[in-house]
Design a protein around this ligand. Sequence first.
Ligand SMILES: [Zn+2]
Length: 435
Amino acid sequence: MARKKQLLSLLLSAAISTACLTVGSYPAFAEVQTPDTPVHIQMQGDANNDGSVDSYDSLLVLRQSVGYNDISEENLPYCDLDNDNELTSVDALLILMKSVNSDTGEILCETGINAICGDTVKIDAKIVPENKNSKVTFKFIPDKTISKDGSGQTVLEVSNTGRIKAYHPGTSTVTIKASNGATAQCKVTVQDLTTQQTITAAGKNLTVNKRMMMKNECYDYTYDFEKIDGIVVHSTATPGVMAETWYSAWNKPNIEACVHAFLDDKGVCQYLPLEQIAWHAGSPANKTYLDFEMCEPAGFYYSNNSITNYNVAAQQKYFDKIWTNATVYTAYLCKTYNLTSKNVISHAEAGKMKIGTNHGDPDHWFVLHGRNMNDFRKDVQAILDSGAISATEPKVVKNIPLASASTSTSDYFDIHTEVTPFDMFKVWGDDSLRY
Ligand SMILES: [Zn+2]
């Protein structure tokens, strides 16, 4: 009882001093409800039904309890916070406490998050006890932890909305500071792992393995797309080097190129975050185009920039399979980024449009099988029109290269010393792909 009295005197002094300071600027006390008043849920304690519970509501209830008649009939049920069927100073106190709580609550957030390199995750923070009036804002501050993979790069970056981009393996602590003075910490553990998911479209399944090429400078150097205009389709001009093998070939410095993904007859290997710009077709295409490389099969070679010893009949099975995989993947990207088949171009077309470097891929390969980019777009559009494109949640699997990788790039280039690897390296009259 003594405690209740003490609280009461606190309330009275607070409420009265508020009244003395601001009484001259109060709006008319009577709230007129008209049929045009927007429907909303009135909170307990909102004595004037203005959408917030604040010290003014407390004052209204206090005045009501001592005989003023400021609160309209329909608002009265929202003022009896202790449910004793009377409006007393205790109700005013409870309302005042409720209003104050919005500024003194604690941060509720996850204390630990696991992320995989290349992922974007979010720290969700809120103030408890929850109060819709709360105007509390948050700052997210990562510590300067250096990665454990020897890259010297930071583990993660955090935006002011709590969006975390996980870069390199390690652990970082993100400090969350609320504008009401509350703080909290979230430990973020970042790991270099391979994930696998399955895309299903038009009755076909496509496996996507994802692991970041963190040692390729592109991974740390480029920034996120501001917009995505389309997708550039490439082929490697490096016969027999399959999607998984490119990981060991390109996950290192001084490559001066990097692509989002490689495809072969088995599936997709994604090596960069899709949100981020790659180095695949030069400027300005890189800045607004996603891309992937179709791996050309073993069994032929390039000589003087020409395909030599290519057996169309023997390669048809591989070609049909990678065509299906590439059209399904392209349709999936189109759906994900709100594009249509009209936004899909080849590297050769990008060159003709003067938005990319002057290469011939993959048109030079398609033509051997009687296909062209219009056929490709038509098949992509048919998958899009079929409507059913879905993807499973990524699951962690054994790291790339998976057990199936057999041909190494070094094996290939030992045999074919006359060829410089990959279409980027002057096979098709290149200049820089990087910018
Ligand atoms: Zn290309």
